[in-house]
Design a protein around this ligand. Sequence first.
Ligand code: FAD
Ligand code: PHB
Length: 413
Amino acid sequence: MIVGVQRQMGEATNLRTQVGIVGAGPAGLLLGQLLHLNGIDSVIVENRGRDYVIDRVRAGVLEQGTVDLLNAMGVGGGLGRAGLRHEGLHVSFEGRRHRINLADLTGGKAITVYGQNEVVRDLIDARTATTRPLYFDAECVSVGALDSPTPVIRFQHGGTDHEVHCDFIAGCDGFHGVCRSSIPDGVLTVYERVYPFGWLGILAEATPSSDELVYTCHERGFALFSMRSPTITRLYLQVPPDESIDDWSDEAIWAEMLERMTARDGWRPNVGPILQKSVTPMRSFVVEPMRHGRLFLAGDSAHIVPPTGAKGLNLAAADVLVLARAMKAHYERGATAWLDEYSDVCVRRVWKAQRFSWWMTSTLHRFPGENAFDHRRRIADLDYLTGSRAAMTSLAEQYVGLPMEVSFDSAGL
Ligand code: FAD
Ligand code: PHB
């Protein structure tokens, strides 16, 4: 519920809330719902339209812990109906696919393929049902007074200026948002690596030709087979970082996909009409600390991983669980220790996911300037990985997701 809405002619509408959330991606929507479940008020401010936020094609792989979290929050209905549980994945090199049995190696854990679009749609529906405010199409969003007891979110909506006065602000506005850049110079330490390639991704109307993902290392570069549903295939190709999607005809995309992915046993993706295509750059990025004053950064606003490890959305979920626990303790008991520990607790897990994502990326991609030695060494890496139970266990436990740092119970679930 919004407390204290006051408006006079020509003045900004003043709203009061406990937690102001900037961004209605997975991090912002999950946090809003976790706070709601604990009786904590929030206002979510998003600068894009509802359809744009839902239609944006991004993640597909949910860790076991993320699936458990969505279910514990009572927003796992769609996931239960349409999510595809995968107990294994394939790594392919030199034309041969090797299966890694995730469930067997992790005591029964798995990943679930369920599009970020669906996760976001389910969370928007849940938010709407709470009747707590969620502003889409907000313009000129800014945050201020971050060091004061009442930080503020300012924005325009429907031709009116709004100010949301908050106890805390959660910066859930992604890598290009305003929250991180509102923190004064010198406060944050930035750790970054930009990769010399990107991913060209497509959604195709084609029945997935494998029940599980296939990560392919090929002399011409990395390729990935994934899916969204029993009728939609999702595929990616390593391309130069500044590649324009306009330079790739559908025929050229399919020729390159098939060249890289066709295995010696004849397995290959099914071909069909391309419904969507785009190029994404690849980067590793972390800022520390993930807090300044009463502003807490969560998800992609604080860290980016290359998508090879399928970790970004999952990290966002883990961050907001830690934040919700801290907010609950603050409002219920006046305790601030967990707020103070927020960044340290998140960053420890973030770096492990960064390391895994960097390792998956380095092991499976071809880097410009590599020679025959590098290629042979890479094949030996993959040969070792797929032949050693210890090496496969290490991949499996990280791929299905390392334990979340805090219990669901401590966050009120
Ligand atoms: P975002 O999803 O970026 O949400 C931020 C929101 O803030 C957006 O809605 C944005 O419009 C809004 N916003 C931005 N600026 C403002 C502003 N000024 N004011 C108000 N609102 C603002 N992750 C996985 O876990 N598994 C995968 O399989 C996976 N695959 C991926 C594949 C690709 C090709 C890509 C690109 C990413 C993939 N990811 C994956 C990563 C995942 O999509 C992101 O990590 C995830 O979206 C992060 O969620 P977020 O809420 O932190 O940020
Ligand atoms: C996806 O299905 O979009 C996907 C799967 C695995 C990844 C990245 C993206 O590593």
